[in-house]
Design a protein around this ligand. Structure first.
Ligand SMILES: Cc1cc2nc3c(=O)[nH]c(=O)nc-3n(C[C@H](O)[C@H](O)[C@H](O)COP(=O)(O)OP(=O)(O)OC[C@H]3O[C@@H](n4cnc5c(N)ncnc54)[C@H](O)[C@@H]3O)c2cc1C
Ligand SMILES: NC(=O)c1ccc[n+]([C@@H]2O[C@H](COP(=O)([O-])OP(=O)(O)OC[C@H]3O[C@@H](n4cnc5c(N)ncnc54)[C@H](O)[C@@H]3O)[C@@H](O)[C@H]2O)c1
Length: 468
C-alpha cells in the first residue's frame, strides 16, 4: 500500500518545516520525514547549543578577568559543567519543542518518523511505509566528516554532538581541525578550564579566511593559553597507555617534520569538516546527480537534474549555514507559490565565526579581491580605535573593508571584534542594493557603536597595493 501526497519533504532541518507550512497554506497534503530530532543540526547539535555554551564560556571569562572592570570577586569562580550543559539543553529543547508544535499544527502535514530512502523517482520507503508524491524536497543536511586521520578506528573520539554531552571537563582536549567548529569549541573548553591543543593541517587556521585574520585569531587564542599546532600534515591517532598498561586518553601524531611529534590528550574532538547525508538516501534510484563529494547538484533555483526533486540547505553544497538554508526555503517557496523567478545566485555571502570576539564576514575576502584582479580600495582600523570596544574593555581585532575602486560598491569585509556579527550586517543592504557606499552611508549612526566607524573606515580607504 502506498500513501500519496502532494509533496514529500525529507529532513526537518532549517528549510523543510517552513516550506511545509507554505505548502499547507496552499492546501497541499505533505509528509515531512525526519529520522532523528526535528530542527536538525542547528537546533540540536549546531548553532543553538554551541552559542548557548559560548555564552557560558564568555561569562566564565568575564568573571575570571573581572578586576579589569574594577570588580572584585572574592574566592574567584568555578565552572559547573553540568549546569552549563543543562542550560544549553533547556535552550535547545525549547527550540526543538516549538518546531515540533509548529509542524504538528500545520493542516494536512504529517510528520513521519524514520529514515527515508528512494525506491524510484517518486517513491520513498520509511520503515514499512511507502510514500509517493509529485514533488520531493530534500533537506537532509550533513554530519561530521571524520575520515583522513589514520588510526581513528582504534581510538574513542568526540564530534560536535558528543562533545556537548560530556559528563566531566576534559583534562586536555585535542581538537583536530582549526576552522569554524574547531575554534568555537577550543576557546569554549579552554575558558571552562581544560587544557586545549588545536591541530590544523596547513599553514593557517581558518584556511578560507585572509592570513592577517587567521593570524590575529591565532594570537588571540594563544593568549588564552591554547596551543596551536599548524602544518600538521601527518595526523595519526593512537590510544595513550598509562603506566599500568591501561588505555588513558589519546595520542595524536601531529607532524612528520617539525616540532614535538605527538600531542597527548585526554579527549579528542574531530572537527575536520562535514559531509552531506546523501549516501544513504537511495538517490541513484531517483536518478539524482551528486558531485564527487556527495552534494546534490542543483541549479540556481535549487532544482536537481530530476525536475520534480529539489535540494535545500547544507546537502546542496551551496551554503553551510542556517541562514543560507532558510534562504533556500525562501527562494523555493517564492518560485512555487508567489510566481517569482528567484535564484540563489545573487545571495551576498555573510556569516560569523563565534569565537569571542567573533569574526564576522561578508562578501569577498582580501585574497579573493586580489585574485579577481579588479582595482580596489582597502580600509582598516584596529578595534583599539573603536570607542565602543575600548569602553567595553574588549578591544581585540580589527575592521577591514574592501571597495571596488570604480563603482565604489563595497565588495567585502572582515570584522574581527566585539559586536562584529551585528555591525557587519549594516553593510548587507547596501551590498544587496549594489549601490555605491557613498550614496547610502551618510546616515547618522548611533554613538557609541562599532558600526558608527564603518563610514569613517570607508572614507579613509586607500588603493589596494599588489601583495609584496
Ligand atoms: C557545531 C556547529 C555549529 C554551527 N553553528 C552555526 C552558526 O552559529 N550559525 C549558522 O548559520 N550555522 C551554524 N552551523 C551550521 C548549521 O547548523 C547548518 O548549516 C544548518 O543546520 C543546515 O540546515 P539544513 O536544514 O540544511 O540541515 P540540518 O539542520 O542538518 O537538517 C537535516 C535533517 O534531515 C534529517 N535527515 C537526514 N537524512 C534523512 C533521511 N534519509 N530521512 C529522514 N531524515 C533525514 C536529519 O536527521 C536532520 O534532522 C553550525 C553547525 C555545527 C555542526
Ligand atoms: N558560526 C558558524 O556559522 C558555524 C560554526 C560552526 C560550523 N559551521 C559550519 O559547519 C561547517 C563545517 O565546519 P568545520 O570547521 O568542521 O569544517 P571546515 O571544512 O570549515 O574546516 C575543517 C578544518 O579541518 C582541517 N583538517 C581537515 N582534515 C584535517 C586533518 N586530517 N588534520 C588536521 N586538520 C584537518 C582543515 O584544514 C580545516 O581547517 C562550516 O563550513 C560552517 O559552515 C558554522
Amino acid at each position: 500500500m502506498t500513501d500519496s501526497f502532494d509533496a514529500l519533504v525529507i529532513g526537518a532541518g532549517q528549510a523543510g518545516p517552513p516550506l511545509a507550512e507554505r505548502m499547507s497554506q496552499a492546501g497541499w497534503r505533505v509528509a515531512v520525514i525526519e529520522r532523528a530530532r526535528v530542527g536538525g543540526t542547528c537546533v540540536n547539535t549546531g548553532c543553538i547549543p554551541t552559542k548557548a555554551m559560548v555564552a557560558s564560556a564568555h561569562a566564565a571569562w568575564m568573571v575570571r578577568h573581572a578586576q579589569r572592570w574594577g570588580i572584585r570577586i572574592p574566592g574567584g569562580a568555578s565552572v559547573d559543567l553540568a549546569e552549563v550543559l543543562a542550560r544549553k539543553d533547556r535552550i535547545a529543547g525549547r527550540s526543538r519543542d516549538s518546531v515540533e508544535k509548529w509542524i504538528g499544527a500545520m493542516p494536512q502535514v504529517e510528520l513521519v518518523r524514520g529514515h527515508a530512502r528512494f525506491v524510484d523517482p517518486h517513491t520513498v520507503v520509511v520503515g514499512e511505509r511507502r510514500l509517493q508524491a509529485e514533488r520531493i524536497f530534500l533537506n537532509v543536511g550533513g554530519r561530521p566528516a571524520t575520515f583522513g586521520v589514520e588510526g581513528l578506528d582504534q581510538v574513542p573520539f568526540l564530534t560536535n554532538a558528543s562533545v556537548m554531552r560530556l559528563d566531566r571537563l576534559p583534562e586536555h582536549l585535542v581538537v583536530v581541525g582549526g576552522s569554524y567548529i574547531g575554534l568555537e569549541f577550543a576557546q569554549m573548553f579552554r575558558r571552562f578550564g581544560a587544557e586545549v591543543t588545536v591541530v590544523q593541517r596547513g599553514a593557517q587556521l581558518v584556511p578560507r579566511e585572509d592570513t592577517d585574520v587567521a593570524e590575529a585569531l591565532r594570537a588571540m587564542l594563544e593568549a588564552e593559553g591554547i596551543t596551536i599546532r599548524l602544518n600538521a600534515d601527518c595526523v595519526r591517532a593512537a590510544r595513550r597507555i598509562d603506566g599500568d598498561g591501561q588505555p588513558d586518553g589519546v595520542s595524536i601524531d601531529v607532524n612528520c617534520t617539525q616540532g614535538e611529534p605527538s600531542v597527548q590528550g585526554s579527549h579528542l574532538l574531530m572537527a575536520t569538516g562535514r559531509r552531506p547525508n546523501t549516501d544513504d538516501l537511495g538517490l541513484d534510484q531517483a536518478g539524482v546527480r551528486m558531485d564527487e563529494r556527495g552534494y546534490v547538484q542543483v541549479d540556481d533555483q535549487l532544482r536537481s537534474n530530476v525536475p520534480h526533486i529539489w535540494a535545500m540547505g547544507d546537502c546542496n553544497g551551496r551554503g553551510a549555514f542556517t541562514h543560507t538554508a532558510w534562504n533556500d526555503f525562501e527562494v523555493v517557496a517564492a518560485n512555487l507559490f508567489d510566481g517569482a523567478n528567484r535564484g540563489i545566485g545573487d545571495r551576498v555571502v555573510t556569516y560569523a565565526l563565534y569565537t569571542d570576539p567573533p569574526l564576522a564576514r561578508i562578501g569577498l575576502s582580501e585574497r579573493e579581491v586580489r585574485a579577481s584582479g579588479r582595482p580596489a580600495l582597502i580600509g582598516t582600523r584596529p578595534m583599539t580605535r573603536v570607542g565602543r570596544a575600548v569602553e567595553k574593555g574588549e578591544d581585540l581585532g580589527f575592521i577591514k573593508l574592501l571597495v571596488d575602486e570604480a563603482s565604489k560598491a563595497i565588495v567585502g569585509a572582515s570584522i574581527l571584534g566585539v559586536d562584529g556579527d551585528e555591525a557587519v550586517q549594516s553593510l548587507l543592504d547596501v551590498m544587496v542594493a549594489k549601490r555605491p557606499w557613498t550614496e547610502v552611508m551618510n546616515g547618522v549612526r548611533i554613538h557609541p557603536t562599532v558600526s558608527e566607524l564603518l563610514p569613517t573606515v570607508l572614507q579613509a580607504a586607500k588603493p589596494l597595493e599588489p601583495a609584496a
